[in-house]
Design a protein around this ligand. Structure first.
Ligand code: BMA
Length: 322
């Protein structure tokens, strides 16, 4: 069974006791590689009373060692952000850098409803808020945009993956929160939604959600996602989608490619969690960044060719109709 290989440097980012806004936890980081610098936005917790998340920035030239900013770069400013901003995912669309992030309707301890917002940045210090991009009442998180380059785009419209937890039941053709694919005419508006992937295996029985924005490869769009089992253990899996028709699944890992095993994944603020949120390709290696136990940022890698060959092999063939 294919497995991602953990970095020897793990965890690559830990809480900073000297910093009020990130002294309790730093996890679930979005990654963007611009050809020179690996940019990272990560979720940070500074107190447990209200558990309000902020976003920090760090950068690296090798993917292993990150230097972080002293101050938080994205923190609650607007009314809809006031209970915290979580799980940033970074992506370039039409030469502009975007970040999707989760916003809550209430403090986390009160079981709030969730939505996902979008912001644009040129320098990773300043952010232009573009508003909430998910539909009211859908309880939507794990939103990742497809990268898009106008010149070489496979499809005209804008695309994203999302996980509306409220879209379950016979009318949605899924019993558990699943990954949906959406298209729209602008980066902020999505009008066509279809079910892409639902839980099928025991390791993902409770729910699944996209982890990392789709990575364009010569074999298809590679997506790393998370699945949660009946015991609330979070693991990672992968799918490969057709480049021109991303609603078509070419391969799906049947067993996790990363599951909590190390102490830093087994014990933290939430135990038994590996939660992939960022990735990049460096020297033909896929670097997958993930949150470990809602406490620290970690890295695991694999040769790109190895995971693509695996996803296209019989062991990952798609068995069921959607
Ligand atoms: C998800 C999100 C993540 C978190 C994970 C495990 O629902 O809240 O931010 O890492 O649960 O607790």
């Amino acid at each position: 069974m294919l497995q991602l290989k953990r970095s020897k440097n793990n965890p690559i980012l830990i809480p900073d006791q000297t910093s009020w806004w990130e002294k309790k936890a730093v996890f679930n980081c979005g990654i963007l590689y611009d050809g020179k610098v690996i940019h990272m936005l990560y979720r940070a917790i500074g107190e447990y009373e209200n558990y309000v998340s902020r976003i920090g920035y760090a950068s690296s030239s090798d993917g292993f060692t990150f230097t972080r900013n002293k101050e938080s770069v994205l923190y609650p400013e607007l009314d809809y952000e006031r209970f915290g901003i979580e799980d940033p995912r970074l992506i370039t669309v039409d030469n502009k850098n975007y970040v999707t992030y989760v916003v809550l309707s209430d403090y986390v301890k009160n079981n709030p409803s969730v939505s996902t917002a979008l912001a644009k940045t040129e320098d990773f210090s300043h952010y232009e808020r573009l508003g909430i991009v998910t539909l009211p009442g859908s309880q939507d998180k794990d939103v990742v945009l497809f990268p898009r380059n106008v010149a070489e785009s496979e499809f005209q419209r804008y695309m994203l993956l999302h996980r509306p937890s409220a879209w379950v039941g016979p009318q949605y053709n899924t019993e558990k929160p699943s990954i949906w694919i959406a298209e729209g005419d602008s980066v902020t508006n999505y009008d066509k939604h279809s079910l892409l992937l639902k839980p099928e295996e025991t390791w993902e029985a409770l729910k699944i959600g996209a982890g990392v924005p789709p990575i364009k490869t010569e074999k298809g769009w590679l997506v790393i996602y998370h699945g949660v089992n009946e015991n609330h253990v979070y693991s990672a899996g992968a799918i490969l989608l057709d480049i021109k028709e991303p609603t078509k699944i070419l391969g799906r890992t049947r067993t996790p490619i990363l599951s909590p095993e190390e102490q830093y994944e087994l014990k933290g603020d939430v135990n038994n969690v590996v939660f992939p949120t960022g990735a990049c390709i460096l020297d033909n290696m896929l670097f997958v960044y993930y949150g470990a136990a809602d406490k620290a940022c970690c890295l695991a890698t694999i040769e790109l060719k190895e995971i693509l060959d695996y996803l296209l092999s019989d062991i990952c063939s798609v068995r069921t109709e959607k």
